[in-house]
Design a protein around this ligand. Structure first.
Ligand SMILES: [Zn+2]
Length: 199
């Protein structure tokens, strides 16, 4: 008889593959992801989507995000389940069969999506020559976020959608330019706003 945990993981990986192929997601192997540095906790039956930005540590590749999350944050792998480039390319992050590391002490059943850019007014943007108000949110990125969210809603019992700072403590994520767009998308998708929890 097959080990039930192994067969359950295989079933979940089948869903992971179906999501990736439906949206032409760039898989971990394709962007050269390093293996996780330790065991990851399983998670499933996601009910929430949390949108993030890379912020003033603006990383231009999923590998750079993974290097930061593992090297500086000391997590076992990239924090987020998916990453979206300004041009709307979707990358696989941490495998969706595993719990993310993107909302402090409340990651269970939350899918983390990071939009690559600094969508906030900050001195860091001024210093890097972008202008104080940071990156514009491009339509191509928003379209990809919408398509990914709709696909995830078909696969999981998603009820809740919002930006990181709406869920828990974060000074700025996902940035002042992106948060209103996330809130508008939430209305469009008929999903509920998160309940803020300071853990
Ligand atoms: Zn965040």
């Amino acid at each position: 008889m097959a080990d039930p945990d192994t067969s359950q993981l295989a079933t979940r990986r089948g869903v992971e593959d179906a999501i990736a192929s439906a949206l032409h997601i760039t898989r971990r192997a394709a962007w050269g992801a390093r293996p996780s540095t330790g065991p990851l906790e399983p998670d499933w039956n996601y009910d929430s989507i949390v949108v993030h930005y890379t912020g003033h540590d603006t990383y231009e590749s999923p590998l750079a995000i993974q290097n930061f999350d593992v090297g500086h944050q000391h997590w076992q792998d990239i924090a987020y389940h998916y990453a979206i480039s300004p041009a709307g390319r979707i990358y696989e992050g941490r495998e969706i069969v595993f719990k993310g590391s993107h909302v402090k002490l409340q990651n269970t059943r939350k899918i983390g999506i990071v939009c690559m850019g600094d969508f906030d007014s900050s001195i860091f943007n001024l210093m890097s020559g972008k202008g104080y108000s940071g990156d514009e949110v491009r339509g191509s990125m928003l379209d990809a976020l919408r398509r990914l969210s709709q696909e995830l809603m078909r696969r999981f019992p998603i009820t809740t959608f919002g930006g990181h700072k709406e869920y828990g403590v974060s000074e700025s994520c996902p940035g002042s330019n992106l948060l209103p767009r996330v809130q508008a998308l939430r209305t469009e998708l008929h999903l509920a706003a998160p309940v803020f929890q300071k853990l």
